[in-house]
Design a protein around this ligand. Structure first.
Ligand code: CAA
Length: 295
């Protein structure tokens, strides 16, 4: 059955090579997923060799874990590793059919990245964004081919979370959208078409919950109490554990985007550092910049 809003699957284009912009936690998880499920070459880029090496190293380490758990056969593990490469140059995307960005959650950065990628790829190459909260329309508007842009939003941890939110911008063409739906299917994810509204659907729901927890903290409830009180409520992870996994700067950006779009429906804590300094220490270990290290 065709997912709601999905164009005719016959319009989908083949994807024989994938580019991933960024080599951080999300980008590395995406590179692994694409290589493992699509079995096509995937190249990751980042701003320096160390970041690229860390991203490729993450993919190799995850493949080794899957091998040890017998979730991947030795030949599939070797093939998956061989399919993933890294580069500091976006020229590596020259022959890619689909490039997805998972860089810092800042509109100007993402627009710059898309402009740089557009300069090296073919006019048909699809540019996808894994943004969790920013406007896909705004990301496309200054490009020569805005019809090639689509939102393709995954959830952490990418390997196990079953959903992908697909976002159509006003100029996204049907072939691009059909390719995105086809890719989601090949990646064994459930795809839903969502409006290009701040934080789409899932993060709006999630951030209401997170906002109430941080509001309780801001009102004086100890962090451990605010967080751990939610543990018996059937959530797979407590809110701060989830924030740590996603990365505190990302969580903060999403809450700021939602506050800007919807006002006081979304709470932005003025005490982010205090949250880190308070009881959260026992739950997770943030990096000095408030981020989350790739394990
Ligand atoms: N990478 C790869 N695999 C992972 C993983 C990771 N980071 N974490 C867990 N897994 C795998 C485990 O290996 C295990 O697989 P096997 O059965 O093959 O061994 C399986 O997932 C289940 O893991 P566990 O038994 O250790 O733990 P669990 O049952 O508690 O499930 C979880 C883990 C699926 C992550 C669960 O805690 C969960 O659903 N948490 C909530 C996640 C969530 O809400 N994500 C959305 C975040 S918001 C976001 O990402 C959007 C954004 O834009 C900011």
């Amino acid at each position: 059955k065709r997912p709601a809003g999905a164009p005719d699957a016959k319009l989908a284009r083949p994807v024989a090579k994938v580019g991933v912009v960024g080599a951080g936690l999300m980008a590395s998880q995406l590179a692994l997923l694409f290589a493992r499920q699509l079995k096509v070459p995937v190249v990751m880029t980042d701003i320096d060799e160390a970041r690229v090496a860390k991203g490729v190293g993450y993919v190799h380490a995850e493949v080794d874990k899957l091998l040890a758990k017998k979730r991947l056969a030795p030949d599939a593990a070797a093939r998956t590793k061989a399919l993933v490469s890294g580069s500091v140059s976006k020229e590596a995307f020259a022959d890619a059919d689909f490039v997805i960005e998972a860089v810092f959650e800042e509109l100007s950065v993402k627009k710059q990245v898309f402009a740089e990628v557009e300069a090296v790829v073919s006019p048909e190459c699809i540019l996808a964004t894994n943004t969790s909260s920013l406007s896909v329309t705004a990301m496309a508007e200054d490009l020569e081919h805005p019809e090639r842009v689509v939102g393709f939003h995954f959830f952490n941890p990418v390997a196990v979370m079953p959903l992908v939110e697909i976002v159509r911008a006003p100029k996204t063409d049907d072939a691009v959208l059909a390719t995105a739906f086809g890719l989601a299917r090949s990646l064994r994810k459930t795809a839903v078409l969502v409006k290009d509204a701040a934080a789409f659907v899932v993060n709006r729901v999630l951030l209401r919950l997170m906002g109430e927890v941080t509001a309780a903290f801001d009102e004086g409830t100890p962090a451990e109490v605010a967080d751990l009180s939610l543990k018996p409520m059937g959530l797979p992870m407590t809110p701060f554990t989830l924030a740590a996994m996603v990365g505190l700067p990302v969580a903060q950006h999403v809450s700021e985007s939602l506050h800007a779009a919807f006002g006081n429906r979304f709470h932005v804590s003025a005490n982010q550092q205090a949250l880190i300094d308070a009881g959260i220490r026992g739950l997770w270990a943030p990096t000095p910049d408030g981020g989350h290290e790739i394990p």
